[in-house]
Design a protein around this ligand. Structure first.
Ligand code: BDP
Length: 670
């Protein structure tokens, strides 16, 4: 029998009563505030207001007193013009607090917001107003019906188990609670690679199960999306073709969508990965992507649904010897010419970088260039290329960097603005993250990887928060530490992206990891393969030449200002140098170091930093719960092994290629 997870409310409460900590940031009840009553007086009950009623005693300690309560939380109607449909304002009253919002879901967010403020000693004070910066704030699950999760590092799927729906609604409710507490309002429940069993999700029996999931999520203000297979009319509908311009194909989708909405009236829409990594798509029929997406959008549009169409489209059978073919160019080459040709319920979902979720990539040139198309920016929360939830890698600094990046299209158009402002329908734009949870008792496998899920939600809701502030918030909500220790733990998080980059990926080169697995070092693993991700190291130098002058011309996909910056060796930022240029090992960086010395230094330093993390973690031992302490202690051992093997292989490899010794004389295996 499967071991039951330690995750139910009763246990949360028991644990708190015994002064022990639990596995997530909502475990702390607000105490000593004498919050005893709440008034939710908006006339009618909804699934969301019922959720609020259930949640209140979990979050706030209930102390019943005789007579009229002297502390309370009142929920009052708020001003929609200022707060929108999801925002809230919290103020103090003589009797306690008031939460104003124009909708039940705003109250829900306000309740979690108040809990956060009171458990993190936030200095913002009251009144406190919060309105989300993006409309769609979404988690994408790459979960398969057999229970496995593509690129999942925290156990099996919450939703599926051996080709059945797991049916653990209480677990899904707890997950929805976590997500709503950080403002997530959409969940894609199946893998974008839609294998045969999931292709049938759009049919009767499965829909009844999906409806149950969707109902639970909806009670937390979360909408449900499904990934569909573009060839479903053939697989499911027994048609001969899935050509988007064939009337019978369009009709099949119309009927299919109708059935879905009959079962799930508030269904959000489809996510589609087409013509990518073996998935079928419009190209199969000589059609373009607007034709494919618009055909589905017409069907979904009848019910208010959307089509999220992914731009992760590239030729994964590239000839590695063909220096002109450049995978980085693909998304822009395909989608930029289609700008303005999509219906207004189509949203293009664009990965943060042009290749694939590496620890360091430039920002996708589609941001800022697409001006007449709804857009979603896609991040990866699950640590596929960033340490598999074994190595610590807090990703919020990287996401923040992407969102704040000035595309220099127009006057100061950052990515976060471009996503929202360049989308014709603002409510149909936003940010998605590929989720990192599974059946593991602490949700994310690595305790510290929780900070990525938490941080994703917080940052996507409020773009002004710093990565440091979010890390501290999460630490305060998850542990009971002194100020000093809280600072130490938050510092591990906030430096961890740089450390992971230091021992893995020099100067933006990327993809020196083990093929398929994407963890551990294999410098030439992808070098002579079909996937289009090459470092071009030879005896004279390293890096991919993507310039107009001598390379693949990828640089030209950016705005004029960014183009000049990247094209010119003297202005290209060090951290992206090898992404854009092929340079000799003796090339001197802006930092003053040569490329080869930079490679040696960062790989030696990366390992030392991991050793420091181990020491800090040991120093926190007595202040941590045993489970969390052991969880990360074990992972830090793995991380050190990983960092050492990256250091030794990368340094040896480049020493052999270049023949240039380390100027500090450290040990490099030969
Ligand atoms: C890559 C993953 C692959 C996904 C793909 C995608 O390696 O498993 O299917 O992204 O985003 O990073 O579709």
């Amino acid at each position: 029998m499967r071991k039951r997870r330690i995750r139910n409310e009763a246990l949360w409460r028991t644990e708190i009563m015994h002064g022990r900590r639990d596995f997530c940031w909502l475990a702390k009840q607000v105490q000593n505030k004498n919050i005893i009553t709440y008034y939710l007086d908006d006339g009618k009950k909804t699934a969301v207001t019922e959720t609020i009623e259930r949640e209140m005693p979990l979050l706030f300690k209930e102390i019943r007193r005789s007579g009229s309560p002297d502390a309370s939380i009142a929920f009052l109607p708020g001003d929609e013009a200022a707060l929108g449909t999801e925002g809230y304002r919290i103020g103090e009253t003589e009797a306690g607090y008031k939460i104003e919002s124009a909708s039940p879901v705003g109250y829900l967010y306000g309740m979690y917001g108040l809990h956060r403020l009171l458990t993190t000693q936030n200095e913002a004070g009251f009144p406190y107003e919060s309105v989300p910066d993006q409309s769609i704030r979404m988690i994408d699950h790459w979960d398969n019906f057999d229970g496995s999760i593509e690129r999942g590092y925290a156990g099996e799927s919450l939703f599926y188990d051996h080709n059945t729906f797991r049916g653990d609604m209480e677990l899904i409710r707890q997950y929805a609670r976590l997500l709503a507490s950080v403002g997530i309002n959409g969940v894609l429940i199946n893998n974008v690679n839609v294998h045969r069993p999931e292709t049938f999700f759009v049919t009767g029996k499965a829909l009844a199960e999906i409806r149950k999931i969707s109902d639970v999520l909806a009670a937390y203000g979360i909408k449900t999306y499904l990934s569909v297979n573009f060839a479903a009319p053939i697989t499911v509908g027994q048609l001969k073709s899935a050509d988007p311009l064939e009337p019978e194909v369009a009709l099949w989708w119309e009927e299919t969508v109708k059935r879905i909405y009959e079962e799930i009236p508030d269904f959000a829409g489809f996510v589609v990965k087409a013509d990518s990594e073996g998935e079928p798509g419009p190209f199969t029929y000589g059609r373009n992507h607007d034709e494919g997406a618009n055909m589905l959008a017409r069907a979904a549009g009848l019910y208010g649904g959307v089509i999220i169409w992914r731009c992760f489209v590239y030729d994964c059978s590239q000839d590695w010897w063909n220096r002109e073919a450049d995978r980085a160019r693909a998304a822009y080459d395909i989608f930029e010419p289609l700008d303005g040709r999509f219906l207004d319920n189509v949203i293009l979902q664009i990965k943060n970088g042009p290749i694939d979720f590496q620890i360091r990539e430039p920002v996708s040139p589609l941001f800022g260039a697409l001006k007449k198309t709804n857009q979603i920016l896609e991040f990866q929360i699950t640590q596929e290329y960033t340490g598999h939830q074994r190595d610590i890698c807090y990703l919020v600094p990287m996401w923040k960097e992407t969102m704040d990046f000035d595309t220099k299209h127009g006057i100061g158009l950052t990515v976060k603005e471009a996503v929202r402002e360049n989308s014709p329908v603002c409510g149909r734009s936003g940010i998605a993250g590929v989720g990192n949870v599974g059946m593991d008792a602490n949700w994310t496998g690595s305790k510290l990887a929780q900070a990525n899920l938490y941080g994703f939600g917080r940052l996507v809701w409020n773009h002004e928060l710093s990565a440091e502030a979010i890390a501290e918030e999460w630490v305060r909500q998850s542990f009971c530490l002194t100020e000093e220790k809280c600072g130490k733990l938050a510092a591990i998080l906030t430096t961890s992206r740089d450390v992971y980059e230091a021992y893995t990926c020099p100067l933006g080169v990327g993809f020196m990891c083990k093929p398929a697995v994407h963890y551990g070092v294999d410098i030439d693993g992808y070098e002579y393969d079909r996937w289009g991700t090459y470092h071009y190291a030879d005896r004279d130098g390293v890096g991919r030449d993507r310039t107009v002058k001598t390379g693949t011309s990828y640089t030209r996909q950016y705005s004029d200002a960014r183009f000049s910056e990247y094209e010119d060796l003297s202005s290209c930022p060090d951290e992206l140098l090898l992404f854009f240029h092929h340079v000799p090992y003796t090339h001197v960086l802006h930092s003053g170091k040569t490329v080869i010395q930079h490679i040696y230094d960062t790989h030696f330093e990366g390992v030392e930093r991991v050793r420091e993390y181990q020491a800090v973690w040991e120093s926190l031992k007595d202040s941590l719960d045993e489970g969390s302490y052991l969880n990360m202690k074990e992972r830090l051992v793995w991380q050190l092994e990983n960092a050492v093997s990256w250091r030794d292989q990368v340094n040896t490899y480049f020493y052999r290629k270049s023949g240039i010794p380390d100027e500090k004389g450290r040990k490099i295996y030969q």
